[in-house]
Design a protein around this ligand. Structure first.
Ligand SMILES: Cc1cc2nc3c(=O)[nH]c(=O)nc-3n(C[C@H](O)[C@H](O)[C@H](O)COP(=O)(O)O)c2cc1C
Length: 191
């Protein structure tokens, strides 16, 4: 898949088929993260792949989904992600670590998109619980979790009008408002 096509077609996916993701594909995603740009090339990040069924079930309990959708929504048991990549930070004093996380994360989700997978980046997560589930050492901080699996929904992008809030229609299709190009792009000078 062309890089631009992957960028354009990627949407956060929160409903998945229960077909497992091959470990080599998950490792490929982490390899893409490893090679992301890093401020001063300090590379403060590590990654934990979780694909064990029992651990995935425990990890799921530490995640919060789609806060704009009310009443509180969470994937059904038959729609849960089949794998996760936990993004870990070994030096939170590094002033640029969050930028490194963002770049590494984008590499993961685009690599996954190219492999036909859906992903959702999650920061609304219970970090203490996650550390317990995966025995993550004290020296590493949990930044975020990326949920992965084969897509069981097809969200649609729409031009943003008056709200940034994504919403589901009567057919359960997720609509994601994005600011229009002309609203974010400036050419040469502001008039
Ligand atoms: C830093 C960050 C944190 C996010 N945290 C969550 C989260 O905890 N739960 C969730 O369901 N989605 C989460 N998302 C997904 C966003 O809701 C999603 O990216 C946004 O609605 C735009 O949709 P799109 O990814 O399809 O373009 C997060 C995204 C980012 C970039």
């Amino acid at each position: 898949m062309d890089v631009y096509d992957a960028i354009i077609s990627r949407r956060s996916i929160r409903r998945f088929h229960q077909r497992p993701v091959r470990l080599d594909i998950l490792k490929k995603c982490v390899n893409a993260a490893r090679l992301a740009p890093s401020a001063a090339n300090l590379q403060p990040l590590e990654y934990c792949i979780v694909n064990d069924k029992t651990l995935c079930a425990h990890l799921f309990e530490a995640l919060h989904w789609a806060a704009y959708i009310q009443p509180k929504w969470t994937p059904k048991e038959t729609e849960r992600p089949t794998a996760y990549i936990i993004v870990l930070v070994k030096d939170t004093k590094n002033p640029y670590y969050e930028r490194d996380v963002a770049l590494a994360t984008e590499n993961i989700v685009l690599t996954a998109e190219g492999e036909g997978l859906g992903t959702c980046i999650l920061c609304n997560i219970e970090r203490v619980k996650i550390k317990e589930v995966c025995n993550i050492p004290l020296t590493l901080a949990v930044d975020s979790v990326i949920a992965l699996g084969y897509k069981a929904e097809t969200p649609v992008v729409e031009d943003m009008k008056d709200s940034v809030k994504y919403w589901r229609d009567e057919k359960e299709t997720l609509h994601v408002p994005k600011r229009k190009l002309e609203d974010v792009l400036h050419l040469n000078r502001f008039s």
